[in-house]
Design a protein around this ligand. Structure first.
Ligand code: NAD
Ligand code: ISE
Length: 339
């Protein structure tokens, strides 16, 4: 069976996922594309023999579309995800699930009312081989109880449109999701501190930022977000337990010795660093749909949790670094909780 995917949003990541679904993943075909920039939708659709449709609503309703991929701007995600649920079609939504907690809860409620999972959120780090190995090591118990996590999330540069709040909403949101999953624990508070700012930033931006999170079990997470580090796209993660530690491996790269120095290249963007993770994420999503199974990747609840935790981090940033308690509803049984 070929899963026919309709794509809403033909920008940077939308085009990358269309290429992935067409050239990398077997059992999938992109049959429809839409974008508010209709010329872009037509151009991108033509590259894969898909039809360009005028709106997300028409794409979701199309009989040629079995599953929906949402890669439009964040504030538009909720509308498309809710429409896909109403149509009973599986929907993969790039992060964030929605930009407000209220919209995330509307999605959670709609999915619960339907009674089966249709939504998967695009937190691709759960599909990265290094993070998966870290999770296995932590779960096996040889490190003892996890106590501390040290992380860094560095981008070489960001555009002028990137705001200080986006350090949490757009960037740290990946650690927020992957650490909840890695530790099988919930984040209960957030604090954001701004050290001396780099001179390599746009004037309005607070960069770098140091973020501190505490989990329900008392694990302390420290995360450096530095989005103008200049030298590359660098993701670090080290979990310290009672009897040892586990560290995320750097991506494999050849060692080069020349001109009196030796080194390995640092990736320059998330596309290259997480290419294999994105491939695995889509392979598993498509295989699940083809098998008639519910998605097992990050759920609508995980999307809601990430949004309320990033809200707490932004409130801390905007309130002189106060420690802010995460305002999260109890997790429903439908999503593996007890409520
Ligand atoms: P982009 O601006 O390059 O592309 C977004 C596209 O959506 C544009 O072509 C725009 O015209 C279109 N669009 C906006 N509103 C629309 C609507 N209502 N209907 C149809 N099309 C609409 O942005 P991008 O970098 O591709 O990011 C898209 C999403 O992917 C964002 O939510 C972003 O956070 C996420 N993203 C995730 C990762 C990751 O690592 N997982 C990386 C980059 C971006
Ligand atoms: C971007 O939207 C991503 O999701 C990248 O993974 C992240 O590293 C970057 O900081 C974000 O802007």
């Amino acid at each position: 069976m070929t899963v026919r995917v309709g794509v809403i949003g033909a920008g940077m990541i939308g085009q990358d996922h269309i290429r992935r679904l067409t050239d990398v993943v077997t059992g999938a075909a992109v049959t429809a594309v839409t974008d508010i920039d209709q010329a872009r939708a037509a151009e991108v659709a033509a590259t894969v023999g898909a039809v360009a449709l005028p709106s997300g609503a028409e794409l979701i309703a199309s009989p040629e579309v079995d599953a929906v991929l949402v890669t439009s701007w964040g504030p538009t995600h909720a509308e498309h995800v809710l429409s896909a649920i109403a149509a009973g079609k599986p929907v993969f939504c790039e992060k964030p699930l929605a930009t407000t907690a209220e919209d995330c809860l509307r999605i959670v409620d709609a999915e619960r009312a339907l009674g089966r999972r249709l939504v998967q959120v695009g937190f691709m780090r759960r599909f990265d081989a290094g993070y998966r190995q870290m999770k296995e090591v932590i779960a096996a118990g040889s490190l003892g109880t996890p106590l501390i996590v040290h992380c860094a999330h560095r981008n070489p540069t960001v555009p002028d449109s990137y705001t200080s709040a986006m350090a949490a909403q757009d960037t740290a949101v990946h650690e927020i999701d992957v650490l909840r999953w890695l530790l099988d624990d919930e984040i209960v508070s957030a604090q954001v501190i701004t050290p001396r700012a780099t001179g390599m930033r746009f004037e309005h931006l607070k960069d770098p930022q140091l973020m501190y999170f505490e989990t329900a079990n008392g694990v302390r997470i420290e995360l450096e977000v530095f989005v103008n580090c200049q030298y590359g796209y660098d993701i670090q993660c080290e979990t310290v337990g009672e009897k040892g530690l586990v560290r995320l491996p750097d991506p494999a790269a050849v060692g080069v010795r020349t001109a009196g120095a030796h080194g390995t290249a640092v990736p320059q963007d998330w596309k290259g660093r997480f290419a294999d993770a994105f491939d695995t994420e889509f392979r598993e999503w498509i295989n699940g749909i083809a098998a008639g199974a519910e998605p097992t990747g990050p759920s609508a609840w995980d999307g809601y949790a990430a949004t309320v935790i990033t809200d707490a981090a932004v409130r801390s940033l905007e309130s002189d670094s106060q420690v802010v308690t995460v305002d999260m509803k109890p997790r429903p049984a439908f999503y593996g909780g007890t409520a």
